[in-house]
Design a protein around this ligand. Structure first.
Ligand code: ATP
Ligand code: BTN
Length: 241
């Protein structure tokens, strides 16, 4: 636990790179303040002091990074599961890496990986979650939700972190062995855009269709007149329509 870090993901990557550090699966780095908290595509993750949970977990994949397909979706599931213990039953998932509550972003997942083809992949699972970040008092660049506004009370951050970590520890071994396949139905049950029209943005290109769930690699299945097209995370951004 550190009070100030640029980013817990960056810190964990540094620890992976400095081979002297004996990291074990499930090890976690926390920060109270991140000076350079990151989302995808170089965007920032913002958090008021004391109002959020920001941490990163280490997990290794002996079969290489191909076996990590669907990891950001799995992490979303684990977070939703943990939230249920705190009375949050209606959190939803926005493919590939966001957790929504009452239609607004509550938390984000940032997966990063160090490793080469054929070798163990060392992953960093970063989670940022709004605990007490009132939408009308803190501008993060898009509408967002937070647990305190939803619950009417501020949940204990230590207990919350413990529950999320417990839930990750329980899902990750099965995921490491069997991949995302066993989790697709559960993910689809929480899908924010299930059977709705969506727009996918890939750089300058746009693609629209109906969200028909995910496959065993965590790819999004989108239906158009031409049938089903699969999209992998990476460069794709999803919007409702
Ligand atoms: P997508 O992941 O679909 O491309 P996104 O808008 O969720 O879209 P990300 O890169 O996943 O983008 O997340 C970064 C974005 O999250 C930032 O650009 C900002 O708008 C938003 N953001 C930053 N801090 C917070 C926060 N505390 N709560 C909610 N949203 C935040
Ligand atoms: C997103 O919404 O795109 C992902 C946001 C992830 C934020 C978390 S906070 C802890 C970890 N450290 C970072 O710099 N980012 C992740």
């Amino acid at each position: 636990v550190e009070s100030v870090l640029p980013s817990t993901n960056t810190e964990m990557k540094k620890r992976i790179a400095s081979k002297r550090e004996d990291l074990e699966n499930g090890d976690v780095v926390f920060a109270e303040i991140q000076t350079d908290g990151r989302g995808r595509h170089g965007r920032s993750w913002l958090a008021p002091v004391g109002g959020s949970l920001t941490f990163s977990m280490y997990w290794s994949f002996p079969d290489g990074y191909q076996s990590m397909a669907g990891l950001s979706l799995l992490v979303g599931l684990a977070v939703c599961d943990a939230l249920k213990e705190f009375g949050v039953e209606d959190a939803e998932l926005k493919w590939p890496n966001d957790i929504y509550l009452q239609g607004k972003k509550l938390a984000g997942v940032l997966i990063e990986v160090e490793g080469q083809i054929g070798a163990t992949a060392h992953s960093v699972i970063g989670i940022g979650l709004n605990v007490c970040v009132p939408d009308n008092q803190y501008d993060v660049g898009q509408p967002h939700s937070d647990l305190a506004s939803y619950l009417g009370t501020i949940p204990d951050r230590n207990a919350l972190a413990a529950e999320i970590i417990k839930s990750l520890w329980s899902y990750l071994p099965k995921f490491t062995q069997q991949g995302f396949g066993p989790f697709t139905a559960y993910w689809e049950a929480l899908d924010l855009y299930a059977d709705k029209r969506i727009v996918l943005q890939m750089g300058e290109k746009r693609f629209s269709g109906i969200d028909r769930g995910v496959d065993a690699s965590g790819a999004l299945l989108v239906e158009t007149q031409d049938g089903i097209t699969r999209f992998h995370g990476g460069e794709v951004s999803l919007r409702g329509n």
